[in-house]
Design a protein around this ligand. Structure first.
Ligand SMILES: NC(=O)c1ccc[n+]([C@@H]2O[C@H](COP(=O)([O-])OP(=O)(O)OC[C@H]3O[C@@H](n4cnc5c(N)ncnc54)[C@H](O)[C@@H]3O)[C@@H](O)[C@H]2O)c1
Length: 293
């Protein structure tokens, strides 16, 4: 059941707020057109529930939940969280969209640090619903539970990190894959195009519906059978993998750039991002249809 919440946008200037309202309007209309709206409200009804202000106090007055999405900088997050902690009632959950900074780094000295956590959506957030919930060691468990409920109630797909780790879940998994992809190119095993093809034509579609654990379970007579049969093989392959790349090896960067510049030239990045969003929208529609069937 999707909830209807009144929302107040806060930014430092009217210009940014007008731009944000325009973006939200366009996105709500786009989702409506595509049949991907999260609740039963029309785009116009949802938009009518959104107000905006340049006063942090006004934005936080009576709020049950605040989502901070300012610049990705430790100093900045420290400052804005200090201000939010002073302005919001202790019952307001204070969440940060940060993609990389653990909650403990910018909430340690706060008076009400128990109500702060990371709630990280994934890019592009319009079509990917995954949201990582990353508490600091001092975040109250009930705050994480409530943030989880709120995310579910707006149609997001939350996951809960049980303890604070660098990179949260998405980047830990993404970087493990990136490291092996990098080594395969560096060691002359695969071309850049073929690494990407392994994902787009093989692992990617499989993972669109089942994660690595679901996949191994289905690839044998269950996960126990899989581990009994393949544990030794997995260890041998991983032992063979080599060191963590430095990701600044010029010869690999050059090879990546030559290949990607041919298929996705930087000069047409806007066009390619829009095309990717459109393809993800189609996948979101399919996933929604399969859930209903
Ligand atoms: N862009 C994404 O798709 C995405 C996805 C997941 C997480 N994030 C995270 O969201 C955060 C914001 O990313 P972004 O790409 O939207 O950044 P951005 O630079 O586009 O937007 C930052 C906004 O903060 C506003 N701002 C500046 N000073 C402020 C202040 N004192 N008080 C309130 N607002 C202020 C700016 O006016 C601007 O509107 C980052 O922490 C980023 O890691 C972004």
């Amino acid at each position: 059941m999707t909830e209807r919440y009144p929302v107040c946008l806060y930014d430092i200037g009217e210009e940014q707020l007008a731009k944000a309202r325009e973006t939200v309007k366009n996105n709500l209309e786009k989702l409506e057109e595509e049949g991907l709206s999260r609740g039963s409200s029309t785009a116009a009804e949802a938009l009518a529930r959104i107000t905006s202000t340049t006063s942090l106090q006004d934005a936080l007055a009576g709020a049950i939940y605040a989502q901070e999405s300012t610049m990705e900088s430790v100093d900045f997050k420290k400052r804005i969280f200090k201000d939010m902690d002073a302005a919001a009632a202790p019952s307001t959950i204070l969440a940060s969209s940060t993609s990389t900074i653990p909650a403990s780094v910018f909430t340690e000295g706060l008076q009400n640090r128990f109500r702060c956590l990371v709630v990280h959506p994934v890019n592009p957030p319009l079509y990917l619903t995954l949201t990582e919930l990353g508490p600091a060691p001092w975040t109250d468990a009930s705050v994480v539970d409530r943030a989880y409920e709120i995310m579910e109630s707006i149609g997001q797909a939350p996951i809960r990190l049980k303890k604070e780790v660098l990179g949260f879940a998405v980047n830990r998994l993404q970087y493990a894959l990136l490291a092996e992809s990098w080594r395969l190119v560096k060691d002359g095993v695969l071309s850049v195009e073929d690494v990407d093809k392994v994902m787009s034509e093989g692992l990617g579609p499989r993972y669109a519906f089942y994660g690595p654990f679901g996949v191994i379970h289905l690839n044998a007579a269950g996960v126990r059978d899989y581990c009994t049969r393949y544990a030794g093989g997995i260890r041998r392959v991983l032992d063979d993998a080599g060191e963590t790349p430095t990701f600044d090896e010029e010869e690999v960067i050059g090879e990546l750039e030559t290949s990607l510049q041919r298929s996705l030239p930087v000069e047409r990045m806007g066009e390619h991002s829009a095309e990717r969003a459109q393809k993800l929208a189609e996948l979101a529609k399919l996933k929604r249809k399969l859930k209903k069937d």
